[in-house]
Design a protein around this ligand. Structure first.
Ligand SMILES: O=C(CO)COP(=O)(O)O
Length: 253
């Protein structure tokens, strides 16, 4: 089967990094892309404190802004939480859900991730749903099993290509400088595509599948050329405009 052309997405996950001064990096990305448009959609997911200011600063650019997590409820007595509706109200167009740091540090289970993806859709946001195996699971040859289970449990029924993105992030590759071989990435992405098509049909064919975990300007071209890799979810290298642009450059207009 030939792969249909899916417009790629390069999304930066700033995690708990960035003060107001850091918005200058995002602005530099926006300016560069105004001069030389990218061949991919570009998004930055800053900490919640920077969402509003970043949306304002990027107003005349093509860069989208997203959240990093959301609560399942619209509003209420949930101290410290942010709802998908609040993210949308601040100008976000997407939200990451089920990042491995949320799963491991906040005990989020597949069913929680699914509820958050549903909340994102309810608010009109795209859900970037993260999956990926730990080092131990990989060593036990459980990568495919874990990823299939996470996909089945974390994606809501009725998910569409326009509102759902899957990010494959092997936990052991996050922030370590390690990456799977392109063969391994190809295998997992092909299995994810198969699962998406089996469950969502044509919509699953069009859903973007991002690779995340130590993506750098030096390895972006090779990773982004893998079949069924439709972009990247970038952590550390998204904090500096030059590095992030170096990754975005893997996609020629
Ligand atoms: O977790 C990640 C993006 O969500 C990846 O982080 P790094 O790019 O820093 O490895």
């Amino acid at each position: 089967m030939t792969e249909p052309k899916v417009r790629a997405l390069v999304a930066g996950n700033w995690k708990m990094n960035g003060l107001r001064a850091g918005i200058a990096e995002a602005e530099a990305v926006g300016r560069a892309l105004n001069e030389t448009p990218a061949g991919a959609d570009v998004m930055i997911c800053p900490p919640a404190t920077l969402l509003g200011p970043m949306v304002a600063a990027l107003g005349d650019s093509t860069v989208h802004v997203g959240g990093q997590d959301c609560h399942v409820n619209v509003s209420g007595a949930f101290t410290g939480d942010v709802s998908a509706e609040m993210l949308a109200d601040a100008g976000a167009t997407a939200v990451i859900v089920g990042h491995s740091e949320r799963r491991s540090l906040h005990g989020e289970l597949d069913r929680d991730v699914r509820a958050k993806a549903e909340a994102a859709h309810r608010a009109g946001l795209s859900a970037i749903v993260c999956v990926g195996e730990t080092a131990g699971e990989r060593a036990a040859a459980l990568t495919q099993t874990v990823v299939s289970r996470q996909l089945a449990g974390s994606l809501p029924d009725g998910a569409r290509a326009a509102n759902t993105v899957v990010a494959y992030e092997p936990v052991w590759a996050i922030g370590t400088g390690l990456t799977p071989t392109v063969e391994d990435v190809a295998k997992v992405h092909a299995a994810i595509r198969k699962a998406l098509v089996a469950r969502f049909g044509a919509e699953g064919q069009g859903m973007r599948i991002l690779y995340g975990g130590s993506v750098k300007p030096q390895n972006a071209r090779e990773l982004m050329a893998v079949p069924d890799v439709n972009g990247a979810l970038v952590g550390g290298a998204s904090l500096k405009a030059a590095d992030f642009l170096g990754i975005i450059a893997a996609y020629q207009p």
